[in-house]
Design a protein around this ligand. Structure first.
Ligand code: B12
Ligand code: SF4
Length: 475
């Protein structure tokens, strides 16, 4: 049995870590445990790292790091460099990086970003969904076999001959996977993960909250999204019911369903709502305006749904077309209304700075907000994350990816320096965009008043102008 420690990369500056758990590593922990490995899931924010606010740097508590055979770190592009810092300090025999960043860079088209220098803190990378492949990897380490010689699909490494990659495994059958190991989540669950202007949502804010991911993939083609055009694979209702009952046993009373578009399979959405209701859960999910159905919304509302998130993104029809959202400002407005009419908080995810943005389109976004009156908004600054079509094909959008993209990516939106913005847009200078974004934040605060701003160490200290952090993409 190999001793495996799994962690998400530190994200102090990106979101309030008490609000979220990383489901990817909990799924991996579930399969590793079922395969007989000794696995721990740690939270890098609890007792292992801290944030030095004066210097704006991560401090790793080196004495608290426990040695292990395999250290598995998960990272997005936004937090990978903090994961690398943690890996550098960790006393592990083998260090592996997995998760969206490793997958989207290695599966992506740009050779220049696949360079060893970006991944030096790790012995190996693993790409794709790794429940089955990571077990093979840990088996090899346990049996003292060289993982490079063990045909582990998805494995990537570098040596004197350059980069090696062992191809891809088929996607796991999610209906056969062991459940995420919620009981191994070291830092426990916290309240405050759901909140909003209705009675139900405000009561939910006092409940311990957990996340669920009941269905992988999304068939839509939004050009800013790293999950676009992926196969939809749903877990069974029995699997979801089991996970909910485990979470209930751990004291959880509120659930964030993180599926890309929870309502895409309507009967299934109803079945999950029934399960939530049977277990007395208050919950939230995400949907798309083309999937709006007033009867379905009423059904969900009667079964404890407190909030639905809509990837509205913009108020300009031209910008929605550029993003390939397949929606219109009018449909977005109708959907917000239908959601509110059902007594569910309508949270809208808005995005500023996508290629093609102008002062006029930003005004259209404001006009839309005034017309539609969502209950809550989350504003993101567009970032060309690896995996998105803009990252894969920047020329189509009239932009270039700078060579130092990774040197900036994580700071984006966290800094009051307009130069921290990754892309040069032909239509607006970075300074203009920066000012427009600050102005939009002030506007949303005044008009909607419910921006999602619970970020660790930021809420009280940071002034709006230039200091507010980025919000999640459609979550
Ligand atoms: C839930 C979610 C969040 C939550 C929770 C994040 C968390 N800590 O887990 C919140 C709202 C906080 C969030 C925030 C952000 N998110 Co987010 N989020 C998601 C979402 C919707 C689901 C993630 C999930 O649970 N997946 C389910 C599990 C099973 O899959 P998984 O995590 O990928 O894990 C599998 C593999 O990646 C692999 N794996 C993962 N870790 C490891 C580790 C090892 C060692 C190995 C071997 C394998 C491995 O095996 C796992 C099991 O199959 C995804 C979209 C998506 N469809 O995945 C976006 C996504 C991951 N987020 C994204 C982004 C950009 C962000 C933000 C940067 C947004 C922002 N601007 O602030 C922030 C910061 C996140 C951070 N930690 O740095 C992008 C990442 C793109 C990229 N190139 O990195 C995604 C892909 C969205 C998108 N469609 O573009 N996010
Ligand atoms: S933004 Fe949402 S709807 Fe669009 S492709 Fe991504 S997950 Fe699907």
């Amino acid at each position: 049995m190999a001793k495996v420690i799994l962690l998400d990369s530190p994200s102090w500056k990106l979101f309030d870590p008490t609000m979220h758990l990383n489901l990817g590593i909990l799924y991996l922990a579930g399969t590793l445990r079922a395969a007989g490995h000794d696995v721990k899931v740690l939270d890098s924010h609890y007792g292992l790292t801290s944030w030095n606010k004066k210097q704006d740097t991560l401090t790793v508590m080196v004495d608290a790091l426990e040695s292990c055979d395999v250290l598995g770190i998960s990272a997005t592009t936004a937090n990978v460099h903090w994961g690398a810092q943690l890996a550098d300090a960790w006393p592990a025999k083998v260090k592996v990086l997995g998760g969206p960043h490793a997958s989207h860079i290695m599966n992506g088209p740009h050779e220049r970003f696949k360079a060893r220098r970006y991944f030096e803190s790790f012995d190996y990378l693993m790409v794709d969904e790794c429940e089955e492949t990571f077990v093979k990897f840990c088996d090899a380490v346990d049996q003292k076999r060289d993982p490079k010689m063990s045909s582990v699909p998805g494995l990537v490494w570098w040596d004197a001959l350059g980069r090696h990659a062992l191809g891809h495994a088929p996607l796991p059958d999610v209906t056969k996977l062991p459940p995420p190991a919620f009981d191994l989540w070291a830092s426990g669950f916290h309240s405050g993960g759901l909140a909003g202007p209705t009675d139900r949502a405000s009561k939910a804010s006092r409940l311990m909250t957990a996340s669920l991911y009941t269905m992988r993939g999304c068939p839509y083609a939004c050009t800013f999204c790293a999950d676009a055009r992926t196969k939809v694979r749903a877990e069974t209702a029995e699997q979801t019911e089991h996970q909910i009952s485990v979470l209930k046993g751990l004291g959880v009373g509120a659930i964030r369903i993180q599926d890309d578009t929870f309502t895409i399979l309507k009967d299934r959405a109803r079945a999950i709502a029934d399960i939530m209701s049977r277990h007395g859960m208050v919950w939230r999910g995400t949907t798309r305006v083309n999937l709006v159905d007033r009867d379905l919304f009423s059904y969900l509302s009667e079964r404890g749904c407190a909030e639905l998130g809509f990837g509205v993104e913009h108020g300009s029809a031209r910008m929605l077309k550029a993003m390939q959202k397949g929606t219109t400002p009018e449909k977005n407005e109708d959907s917000v209304r239908a959601c509110r009419d059902a007594g569910i908080v309508a949270r809208c995810f808005l995005m500023i700075g996508f290629p093609g943005e102008t002062r006029e389109s930003i005004q259209e976004m404001k006009d839309w907000v005034i017309r539609a009156r969502p209950d809550a908004c989350t504003l993101s600054l567009f970032t060309p994350y690896p995996g998105s079509d803009v990252w894969n094909n920047p020329g189509r959008y009239g932009v270039e990816l700078p060579d130092d993209a990774f040197a900036r990516m994580w700071q984006l939106g966290m800094d009051d320096d307009p130069e921290a913005i990754v892309l040069d847009l032909p239509t607006m200078s970075k300074a203009e965009l920066f000012d427009a974004r600050c102005d939009m934040i002030e506007f949303l605060e005044e008009e909607v008043g419910s921006l999602d701003r619970r970020k660790m160490g930021m809420t009280a200290e940071r002034t709006i102008r230039g200091k507010i952090g980025l919000e999640g993409p459609g979550r």
